[in-house]
Design a protein around this ligand. Structure first.
Ligand code: 3H9
Length: 683
């Protein structure tokens, strides 16, 4: 794992632990040994630590948390580096993350390539930097930067790292080692070498103004609600100011030890690995050939089509976007530009970036213009006849080998594929709205979708920054199929006597950003509704007939004021009560526990069905879908992980107790029953 290269009196220690140079137990041992040997070797006067492969150390080995380990610990290795009388330099390329950056902080000097990124992302795993990072980072970069880096977990690019004092020097991407060696030779002329733990000058501001911590807490309160780790991070950083280094480190370690055992951190670590597992497809070998994607075509320049196009434009892939008429095409292009300009106005893009992206966009009114595209995604009206027609046309004009994708959220992909002479080329790409923002992409694998096509879109998904999950074909795929169960119960609950705001509150208390009725109001109740054909057959019909169409008409399930703040509506209560009575319901009081069980347990049951039918490859894929596409609270690890934690026996007992109210077609999943009787888990 470690080899060394001598350049006169400078020793280069090179670590190599693919794929990301995690600081596993073996790596800690090897690194510790190499440092001890270098310190003891009289011929060595300076040491450089660098890594082979994709980047510097990406942190401690996340998979090893909670398992027994042998010394030296990572903090001990880092302390030994810092204690060395001989100067030690970290030479950083790619990512230096978590424990990896902590190693660099323990070094006396840091040099990084211009494309490197440095960060402490532990908070995203429900942790804090536990190898001195909370004590050393503020000593190097000062308080506002340290607080922001540690509590957001966001990495900073090398140039910014230089500005804030996190690195001492930048190197060319192709000349890191020679530049590090030259730097080491300059350093050798110095008598003393800075030890980060001894530095205090950057702490002075916080010593003068200790109230800054509470101000910071207040500032981020909304963003971190429900997460325990950010507060622990702040406490540890505060200790860097209030306590001597050794005591600060002890405090950091105690907080780390408690977080690493917490349910939240276990859930967040589960999601970390679940997102990576989702990219793997059991029966598709890694070396499956890929189809080069040089140009993407989009059919439909509406909200979805435009958002989808932005994903590709943003990474430099040219897009041809086709509409039937000039006016909607112009509107679509204008919306894309407006979205980019808004991002630029917030400083997250330059005007040049905006122009570069827009220049890659080719608008057209002729579907024939998609003939040179390697991947075409249709984002037209969600109607099977319309979709089939689009696929017939695409089949006639697309070049051989092109992938033909549908953005359908629930329709039968196999029926669309059957309209073409090339069903192997047809695949589902279910983007979530807003498609340029939401991370989830459900990749729908049709009965005849080819392996190359599937492997290609999984790669493309990663390139455009999506978390892709493969789903088989069924109505609603993974996400909307489970959502349908929840929606059905939500509707039944309000007929039985629960109020829409009671139902929503139970879900927001659980951690969802909004409940089903708030969600309906936001989306618009009249999606797919027409006054001419409305027969007052559902509460939705009745609300729309009274022009209660959701937030856009200032009333839906709720009443909205000018600032779109919702309040319960007595009119809605009357409408529901009248409708429920007409259907023979007698109002009863429904408690919060029942609401929670009725909404969530049937989703777990449906998740189990999705697994037993092979629609999802693994339970953790379902967790990834719900966390990234539907606002399921991350700290619970997703529905299936949450169910495991609750105990599958509890879910089954709950479902049985509500069986009479769950609807005539409700059936317990055999897989759920089997796992329960075997005392098993999904994950
Ligand atoms: C920490 O450091 C705690 C310390 O403060 C205190 C200790 C006392 N460990 O993401 P990719 C695997 S906490 C184990 O697809 P990319 C990953 O599962 C840690 N495994 O690549 C995957 O495996 P597989 C703080 C890890 O190029 C493979 O590597 N650090 C680790 O898209 C490739 O990963 C972090 O939180 C790890 N640390 O992205 C950084 N990292 O192939 C976490 C990755 O079997 N890592 N793997 O599916 C990342 O953010 C990304 O992996 C990285 C590369 C940006 C580095």
């Amino acid at each position: 794992m470690i080899r060394t290269d001598r350049h006169g009196d400078v020793l280069v220690v090179i670590a190599d632990n693919p794929p990301v140079n995690a600081l596993s137990e073996a790596m800690r041992h090897a690194l510790g040994k190499a440092v001890t040997a270098a310190v003891a070797d009289p011929a060595v006067r300076a040491v450089i630590i660098r890594c082979d492969g994709r980047g510097f150390f990406a942190g401690a080995d996340i998979a090893s948390f909670g398992k027994p380990s042998s010394p030296p610990s990572l903090p001990a290795v880092i302390d030994a580096i810092e204690a060395s009388e001989k100067p030690v330099l970290a030479a950083i390329h790619g990512n230096a993350l978590g424990g990896g950056l902590e190693v660099a902080l323990g070094c006396h000097y840091r040099i990084a390539t211009t494309s490197a990124k440095l960060g402490l992302p532990e908070v995203k795993l429900g942790l804090l930097p536990g190898a001195g990072g909370t004590q050393r980072l503020p000593r190097l970069v000062g308080m506002p930067e340290a607080l922001s880096m540690i509590t957001t977990g966001e990495a900073v690019p090398a140039r910014r790292a230089l500005e804030i004092g996190l690195v001492d020097r930048l190197a060319g991407d192709d000349s890191l080692e020679p530049e590090a060696i030259a730097f080491a030779r300059e350093i050798l002329l110095l008598k003393e070498h800075p030890r980060t733990s001894k530095r205090t000058e950057r702490l002075a501001e916080a010593v003068r103004d200790p109230a800054l911590f509470d101000r910071f807490r207040h500032e981020i309160a909304g963003k971190v609600k429900g997460f325990a780790a950010p507060e622990a991070c702040i406490q540890a950083i505060e200790a860097a100011v209030k306590l001597p280094f050794a005591e600060g480190v002890a405090k950091e370690r105690a907080l780390f030890a408690s977080l690493v055992k917490s349910e939240q951190s276990r859930a967040l670590r589960h999601i970390f690995f679940a997102e990576r597992a989702a990219a793997k497809i059991e029966d598709i070998p890694r070396d499956t050939s890929r189809i080069p994607i040089a140009r993407v075509g989009i059919v439909g320049a509406g909200t979805m089509g435009g958002g989808i196009a932005m994903n590709f434009l943003s990474i430099g892939i040219p897009v041809t976007i086709v509409e039937r008429d000039q006016a909607p095409l112009d509107r679509g292009i204008a919306t894309i530009r407006r979205n980019y300009e808004r991002t630029a106005s917030r400083g997250r893009l330059t005007q040049n970036d905006v122009e570069r992206a827009m220049a890659l966009l080719r608008p057209s009114l002729a579907i024939e213009d998609l003939a040179d595209c390697d991947l075409v995604i249709e984002a037209v009206f969600e109607n099977m006849a319309v979709k089939k027609e689009v696929f017939r046309k695409l089949d006639a004009i697309a070049k051989p080998g092109a992938i033909l994708a549908s953005n359908t959220s629930r329709l039968d992909l196999n029926a669309m594929a059957a309209e073409t002479e090339r069903p192997e080329a047809v695949i589902g790409l279910h983007f979530f709205s807003p498609a340029n923002v939401m991370r989830l992409l459900e990749v729908v694998r049709g009965a005849k979708t080819g392996p190359s096509q599937l492997a290609t879109v999984m790669d493309v998904a990663k390139r455009i920054g999506k978390v892709a999950v493969v789903s088989g074909v069924c109505p609603g795929f993974i996400g909307n199929r489970m959502l349908a169960q929840r929606s059905k119960q939500a509707q039944m609950l309000i007929l039985e006597g629960a109020k829409p705001w009671d139902v929503d509150r139970v879900l927001t208390n659980f951690g969802f950003p909004m409940g089903p009725f708030q969600m309906s109001d936001l989306a618009g109740l009249d999606l797919g509704w027409r006054r001419e054909s409305s027969k007052g057959e559902s509460i939705r019909d009745l609300l729309c007939e009274r022009d209660r169409r959701g937030q856009k008409t200032s009333k839906g399930y709720y009443d909205y004021d000018e600032s779109r703040r919702p309040s319960p509506s007595s009119e809605v209560e009357e409408i529901i009560a009248g409708y429920a009575a007409s259907r023979g319901y007698r109002p009863r009081s429904v408690d919060e526990q029942e609401i929670l069980e009725r909404l969530l347990y049937p989703m777990i049951n449906e998740g189990a069905r999705i697994l037993e039918e092979g629609i999802a490859q693994r339970a953790s894929d379902i967790d990834v879908v719900w966390i990234n596409g539907y606002g399921w609270p991350t700290v619970t690890g997703g529905p299936m992980f949450w169910a495991d934690g609750l105990g599958l026996g509890t879910i089954v007992a709950g479902l049985k107790s509500h069986q009479a109210r769950l609807g005539a077609d409700f059936m317990l999943s055999p897989l759920l029953l089997r796992k329960t009787s075997e005392g098993g888990r999904f994950n």
